[in-house]
Write a protein that binds this ligand. Sequence first.
Ligand code: IPE
Ligand code: IPE
Ligand code: MG
Length: 229
Amino acid sequence: MRNIPQHIGFIMDGNGRWAKARFLPRTAGHLAGLKALKKVILGCINEGVRYATLYCFSTENWRRPQDEVNYLMGLFSEKIMGEFPFYEKNGIRILTLGDISALPEDARKSLEEVSEATKNFDRISVQLAINYGGQAEICQAVNAAIKEGIREISPEIIRAHFQNPDVPPVDLIVRSAGEFRISNFLLFDSAYAEFVFCDKLWPDWGEKDVSDVIDTYNTRVRRFGGVVQ
Ligand code: IPE
Ligand code: IPE
Ligand code: MG
């Protein structure tokens, strides 16, 4: 029987290289990346994946040229809520992950609005990781616990103080565009995730690629430190 990961995390990389190969500005790569993102969500839904986390903007991505950062912030403010009919039709609940309070106001508002508007959709929960960093996430959870007066931290306490504690740990982390690193993504919950690295640049991704990575996932034996008989 084919085993479907409950939660897949996607490090969507290669937008810039995709654009460069076409003599286009990097921003054109991000727009194409957004189209791929929709196809990948549909691919997840078709496979029965219940949770997906899409790495959209890291805590380190502020280092990019200002016009590129502005363009990405514009995508968050203008495009995300504009896709509401897509979420409604497909039962997509949007959650944000990361410190969106540091975003320009219109981007922050649009993300808050979309989370509220989609909160009852239940085919798939999609976390958009924006101004997200795995190290910052752990610090935020520990600080939240300290504020409650907790004096001794455990893995369970850290998880319980995550932004979306109902989202289960990631089973599979996928990275496009041929890089072999985690780039500060889901550091805590990746403890026992499987990893699949693909050469294909993110804007070229579609529904079939989701089936392919799930096929690869099915070749893995997850032992969680134990012994499989
Ligand atoms: C990933 O594509 C998208 C974001 C980080 C926002 P990149 O923009 O990193 O693309 P490359 O790595 O430069 O090709
Ligand atoms: C990781 O990609 C961040 C996102 C996909 C949002 P980067 O392109 O920023 O990562 P590095 O710089 O190659 O590690
Ligand atoms: Mg990159």
